[in-house]
Design a protein around this ligand. Sequence first.
Ligand SMILES: [Zn+2]
Length: 322
Amino acid sequence: MPLVTTTEMFKKAYEGGYAVGAFNVNNMEIVQGITEACQEQKAPVVLQVSKGARAYANHTYLVKMVEAAVKECPDIPIALHLDHGPDFETCKSCIDGGFTSVMIDCSSKPFDENVEITKKVVDYAHEHGVVVEAELGTLAGVEDDVKVSAEDSSYTRPEEVEEFVTRTGCDSLAIAIGTSHGAYKFTPDQCTRNENGILVPPPLRFDVLEEVSKRLPGFPIVLHGSSSVPQNFVDIINAHGGKMPDAIGIPEEELRKAATMSVCKINIDSDIRLAITATIREYFDEHPDHFDPRQYLKPARQAVKDMVAHKLIHVLGCNGKA
Ligand SMILES: [Zn+2]
C-alpha cells in the first residue's frame, strides 16, 4: 500500500486501546531496523523526520528511503511525519514534498499565536490531504538544538484543549504530562530511589491525561519524549568507554498504561540512538581490527530491530494491528 495518513491508524488505536509507535529516522539502517520489525510484527508505524534529520540526511534521501521501506513492507500502513515543524514554511515544504502528516510545534508561543499558526498549517495541509499534529504545554529536555529546562516546562492545561482543537482543526494533539526529550529526562534530585538504589522518575500526570480525554472524547493524543532509556544499553555504553551517568527515561509500564487510554501515538527516538551506540561501542571493543562499516552497522541495525519489536509487543500493543 502507498504511504498513508494517520487518520485510520489512530481511529483503530483509540478504539483498540493501543498506540502506534512513532520512530525517528535519520539513515538507512534506522529505517530498515524499524520497518523490518513492524513488517514482522504486522504493526502500523509512523516514521518521523525532525528538522535535524532533514539537515543531516537531506529531505530527498529521507523521503526516498521511506518510499523504499513502503515497497519492501507491503503489508503494513506507514505514515511519513514531520516531527516538531517549527514554522509554516517547514510544514509546507514537507506537505509539498511527499509527507502524509506534519507537526506544527508552536507550544512555546502564547496561546493565540499557537492557534493562529497551527490553523494556517491545518488549512494548507487539509487542502493537500495531509494531517496535522499540534502541541499544547511544554516538555522539558533537549529536542534537536532546543533545550527546555524543567523549570520552563509546563503541563498542558486541560481547560484549554477544547478551544484549541476547535479553533485550529488539528487532527491530533501532543500534550505535556511529564515526559521529556532526550536521554536525561530527570535529574537525580527529581527522582526517588528504589530498594536496590536505582533511580525512579516522578510518575506521569495521568490525571491531566484523563481530564484532557474527558474534554476531547475520541480525539487522538500524542506523547513526545517517551523513550525508556533501557538500563542495559546505558550499562553497555558505560562499560565500553562511554560516559552516560544518570541517563534515565520513562518506565515502560507507564507508557503501556497511556497506550490503553487516549494516547494513540508514542514518540521514541533516544532508545534508537542508545541501541545503536551500545552495539557499536561493544563491537569496537571486541573487534579492534575491524574497519568495514557494514561489520558494525549490521548488528547495530539488528539492535534497532529487536528494540522496536520489544516496544511494539510490550509497550505499544500495536503488534498484529496492521
Ligand atoms: Zn518531541
